[in-house]
Design a protein around this ligand. Structure first.
Ligand SMILES: CC(C)(COP(=O)(O)OP(=O)(O)OC[C@H]1O[C@@H](n2cnc3c(N)ncnc32)[C@H](O)[C@@H]1OP(=O)(O)O)[C@@H](O)C(=O)NCCC(=O)NCCS
Length: 156
């Protein structure tokens, strides 16, 4: 595994939007699923630009965006999201570099632990994270959608 020498990682810039969305649509099938309106890449980018935009990174090969990762730190835990590498350049260490980059940025903020979620339908990706030292926590992940797309709460 050799990372291309010209690879660089920098903060996302608004001019990267179209390239990043094209990459996400390739890497995350959910973004192509019209029955899941909550997966709106334009909204994800707008929300991230409003909240810790300094933790949104792109990997650039020459002039081409070939990877993304987002981090977040809430003062207790860090989170990693939207890790994606263009399928034409996978298995060259770019995903590993992106993870190391966001881990360093979170560490510099004093973040003691980073969490991430892998869709259970994409269990094979666990192998990638395990190589990097990530382990399954003994937790059940719960979630609740807020705002306009919230599910109705059943009455008791
Ligand atoms: C997961 C992903 C980011 C990995 O990017 P990458 O640049 O190919 O990863 P690396 O080259 O740094 O891989 C490093 C090592 O991780 C392991 N690895 C990488 N991809 C793997 C996979 N799909 N399954 C199991 N192990 C994997 C290998 O040991 C690899 O080393 P090797 O190539 O020498 O065998 C990329 O496959 C991707 O974008 N997938 C689609 C989006 C996605 O699922 N993101 C994660 C959401 S939780």
């Amino acid at each position: 595994m050799t990372t291309p020498a010209t690879l660089s990682i920098r903060c996302f810039d608004a001019s990267d939007t179209d390239a990043v969305i094209a990459l996400w649509q390739q890497a995350f099938p959910e973004y192509r699923d019209v029955t899941r309106p909550q997966r709106n890449p334009h909204l994800s980018i707008a929300n991230k630009l409003a909240t810790q935009p300094e933790l949104f990174f792109v990997a650039v090969l020459g002039e081409r965006i070939v990877g993304t990762v987002m981090g977040g730190y809430d003062g207790h835990r860090g989170w990693m999201y939207s890790l994606a590498v263009d399928e034409s350049v996978r298995r060259h260490g770019i995903g590993t570099r992106l993870v190391a980059h966001v881990e360093s940025a979170l560490t510099a903020l004093g973040c003691p632990k980073v969490n991430l979620q892998v869709l259970s339908a994409r269990n094979e990706i666990r192998g990638f994270y395990e190589v990097l030292g990530y382990r399954a926590d003994p937790v059940i992940s719960l979630g609740k959608r807020l705002g306009e797309l919230a599910d109705p709460v059943p009455s008791a």
